[in-house]
Design a protein around this ligand. Structure first.
Ligand code: BGC
Length: 250
């Protein structure tokens, strides 16, 4: 099945057509920068622009950086609270003129890595973490996703962990790789104490630079970079169109 996968991030919307059988992008990704936080109208225009770029009329899968309950957007991390409590499927369908499926961005990335990337064939407990503007998370056991876990929002010193250890924090505070990795170690220690994952897959832009900072990580679990790098979000968003509907309705 050919699906337009769109990955919504804190600073840009990225999309590409995907062949869901192989997980391959069928064209080079198209990226549209947005403001942070992103006004709703600007985000919808970005989706429209990606659809126009590929002349797309088929199904669209969107990975969204917040809690997705059925068609509805719940709490949103960094994109802006203006997106909350809206029917996201209706908004994006209207903007694109196409059939839209919506799912959490990190869950999408995790699904792609489990099917085509670093987690292929892994049967134990796997924690996928994406480090970007925030920290996204996806939890798997025996290959099955436990959806909507928001582990970047576990509190640390009165704030969500993502405000202490995301990749954006490294840039904002101009931390060296080893200084930032120390913070990531604090976070991973909490994750390990709580979940005892056998494998931790690290995604997001920083996964491309694993040689700079993985050497500082101290975990019991194996830690490996996402194999699909930043494409995981796009590919996973496309895969979600083939999953049975999410039954969360609140
Ligand atoms: C959001 C998550 C999202 C993550 C990565 C967090 O702020 O709450 O839903 O997966 O950022 O984008």
């Amino acid at each position: 099945m050919k699906v337009l996968g769109i990955d919504i991030g804190g600073s840009a919307f990225k999309g590409a057509p995907v062949e869901t059988k192989t997980g391959r992008l069928l064209a080079e990704r198209h990226r549209v920068e947005v403001d942070a936080p992103c006004p709703t109208a600007q985000g919808l225009a970005a989706v429209k622009e990606i659809v126009r770029h590929f002349n797309w009329t088929g199904p669209i899968g969107i990975g969204f950086p917040g809690i997705i309950l059925g068609n509805r957007i719940g709490a949103v991390g960094n994109l802006g609270s203006n997106w909350e409590n809206k029917d996201g499927v209706a908004l994006f369908s209207r903007a694109s003129g196409c059939k839209v499926t919506l799912f959490n961005d990190a869950d999408c990335a995790g699904l792609a890595e489990m099917k085509f990337g670093a987690g292929r064939g892994e049967q134990g407990s796997v924690l996928m973490l994406t480090f970007g503007t925030g920290i996204g998370s996806a939890l798997f056991y025996r290959g099955q996703l436990f959806p909507r876990v928001e582990l970047g929002h576990v509190p640390w010193c009165g704030k969500p962990f993502e405000r202490y250890a995301s990749a954006a924090v490294r840039q904002r505070l101009d931390l060296s790789w080893s200084q930032w990795a120390k913070r990531v170690n604090v976070y991973l220690a909490v994750m390990e104490r709580v979940f005892s994952p056998e494998l931790i897959i690290i995604g997001g832009g920083v996964s491309k630079k694993s040689e700079k900072w993985f050497k500082y990580l101290k975990t019991r679990a194996r830690v490996i970079p996402a194999q699909m790098y930043n494409d995981a979000g796009i590919v996973g968003a496309a895969l979600v169109c083939e999953r049975p509907g999410d039954d969360a309705r609140r």
